[in-house]
Design a protein around this ligand. Sequence first.
Ligand code: SF4
Length: 189
Amino acid sequence: MSLRVHAILPDTRAEGPGNRFCVWVQGCDRRCPGCAAPYTWDMEGGQPMAVDDLLRQLEERAEQDPLLEGVTFLGGEPFLQAGPLARVAQRAHELGLSVFCFSGRTIEELRASNDPEVAELLAQVDVLADGPYVQELRSFDRPWVGSSNQRFHFLTQRYDPQTFLARGNMVEVRIRPDGTMQVNGMARF
Ligand code: SF4
């Protein structure tokens, strides 16, 4: 089993609560005007990766960081690769980690899907941030999402909604050894 990955950040604090292992999947069919990550749209872009390799990286990270709190799936559209991500989410839960997932689809669309892998992933998600980015509704009032139509769904008891949303937005900036810069997170730039 494999998936197409745009990027992996094994140690971020800007993509959900606590220390997180973050996976940006490659491929999105929504093409929202103003999307912050159009380079993740191409279904043939990114890199193919075996789920077993991804699981190995996650397990290593969990061993290195006893404070690792969870995994975050963004994109791209995670539910276009629901089967492999459901496997990663299942292993994350076995390791005691939480699962925070974004989708450009609404929860109603996901629940109406006939794809059993979509249901499989949804069943593994603790918190879902749903809905496409709508540039007319651009807002950074809440952490992690960029427009006011997007909603947080607390699908398990893992997080208290008030505590989860109390944190402000945050960006991380990394300078790579070759001098290039990597920025992630959400904020008014
Ligand atoms: S659903 Fe998300 S990744 Fe896809 S185009 Fe819209 S904002 Fe971009």
